[in-house]
Ligand binder design. Structure first.
Ligand code: APR
Length: 193
């Protein structure tokens, strides 16, 4: 399923983020940047040690205390088809009253800003925070898609933003969210005449 926003495309696909051929892929990392399970583990395994070496350098220089939630950094893609990996930290779900939605939106927005700063034209996102970090996928999909649509409406320069879902269930949830947002926006436009 896809949506055109200006000259940019927002696409929902099912697959493995490590196999995407976009200029960059986004890693759902943890603050240590030293790797982990899920997407983090898959990207480090597929991309090889060059990625971890650059993460270690970042920790030694600009990020001695680790990468804060919602922030993003960029490294080589190593052996991946994608030339770059943008590492971001999603929030751990604590029930929804601890600013999780704002932090999740920051993670998407800061990743997109970093992509523009690095002249990246296409970027793949996993469903950040909806695995080990426990963020309900329906709520996360709303934050993720709204944040990306708003960013693409406000910023030119990206040809494609791709959400790479890892299960048919997650793809269905993201598609439902996107359809509802499109319907809502159409209603808003009709009301404004
Ligand atoms: N490609 C695409 N999506 C994937 C892949 C993959 N290869 N592997 C897992 N996913 C999906 C999961 O199914 C989930 O929907 O990515 C989403 C995010 O799950 P996690 O990887 O667990 O990330 P997150 O919930 O943000 O938790 C981050 O987990 O791996 C550790 O080091 C990481 O501590 C950090 C935490």
């Amino acid at each position: 399923m896809n949506l055109k926003i200006g000259t940019s495309g927002l696409n929902l696909v099912i697959g493995n983020i490590t196999e995407q051929e976009t200029d960059a892929i986004v890693n759902a990392a943890n603050s240590s940047l030293m790797g982990g399970g899920g997407v983090d583990g898959a990207i480090h395994r597929a991309g090889g040690t060059a990625i971890l070496e650059e993460c270690k350098k970042l920790r030694k220089t600009t990020l001695p205390d680790g990468l804060p939630t919602g922030k993003a950094v960029i490294t080589t893609g190593g052996k991946l088809r994608a030339g770059k990996v943008i590492h971001t930290i999603g929030p751990i779900w604590k029930g929804g009253d601890c600013g999780e939605a704002e932090l999740l939106a920051d993670a998407y927005r800061n990743s997109l800003l970093l992509a523009l700063e690095n002249r990246i034209k296409s970027i793949s996102f996993p469903s950040i925070s909806t695995g080990a970090y426990g963020y309900p996928v329906d709520k996360a999909s709303e934050v993720a898609i709204k944040t990306v649509i708003q960013f693409l409406e406000d910023n030119k320069g990206l040809d494609e933003v791709r959400f790479v879902l890892h299960s048919a269930h997650d793809l269905m949830v993201y598609e439902k969210t996107l359809q509802e947002l499109i319907k809502h926006n159409r209603k808003q436009q009709d009301l404004q005449g």
